[in-house]
Design a protein around this ligand. Structure first.
Ligand SMILES: CC(C)(COP(=O)(O)OP(=O)(O)OC[C@H]1O[C@@H](n2cnc3c(N)ncnc32)[C@H](O)[C@@H]1OP(=O)(O)O)[C@@H](O)C(=O)NCCC(=O)NCCS
Length: 163
């Protein structure tokens, strides 16, 4: 059902994100953390239905908080004709399991706590996204025990030197 996103899937997934998010999504501060950085290939998943159309997709990028490596979940989106069937949950759960299997310790995202709470995401105190970001929407999940303990500060691009 899911396959790792291939280079030839890129524009189809971009079209899905354009459809699902408000215009100007790339102006969001989370995109500044992705600029010029390659996504985490093994965790970028595409769900295709029987007609081979893309029903949903999820991507991850590496970021840094202080000296700690963190995975930034997103964007994740499900085609409007497929929403509410559990596909979003499946994409998130499958990618979280793969991330744990690959040895990643911690994940963060900017999103709606009422949706992401079910996967174990909680508000991250002291982890600061580039402005403008509502701190209530900065959420994290530990894939290893206490993985967020002591991890605080500005979220930075993975390729920027830790300051
Ligand atoms: C958010 C999204 C990925 C969820 O995918 P999905 O396949 O529709 O979700 P699921 O079927 O797994 O879950 C549906 C449940 O989540 C709830 N839900 C969906 N979006 C929600 C939100 N923003 N806040 C709270 N609950 C939400 C639905 O009400 C539904 O609740 P129920 O199980 O009680 O009926 C999808 O709706 C989407 O693409 N939305 C537009 C893009 C977007 O907002 N992406 C997330 C960015 S933070």
């Amino acid at each position: 059902m899911f396959s790792i996103e291939r280079p030839e899937d890129w524009w189809e997934v971009e079209a899905l994100y354009d459809l699902c998010f408000a215009p100007g999504r790339e102006a969001l501060s989370s995109y500044r953390l992705r600029d010029g950085v390659a996504p985490v290939r093994d965790l970028c998943l595409v769900a295709r239905d029987d007609t081979a159309a893309v029903g949903g997709a999820i991507r991850y990028w590496p970021v840094r908080v202080g000296k700690a490596g963190v995975l930034l979940l997103g964007p994740v989106a499900v085609h409007p004709t497929r929403q509410g069937e559990g596909l979003g949950a499946l994409l998130i759960q499958e990618s979280l399991e793969r991330a744990a299997d690959l040895g990643h310790a911690r994940i963060m995202l900017v999103g709606d706590a009422p949706y992401y709470r079910r996967f174990g995401f909680r508000r991250l105190d002291g982890v600061v996204m580039p402005p403008p970001t509502n701190p209530e929407r900065v959420l994290g999940l530990a894939l290893r025990k206490n993985a967020w303990a002591g991890v605080k500060g500005q979220v930075q691009r993975a390729s920027d030197l830790a300051q």
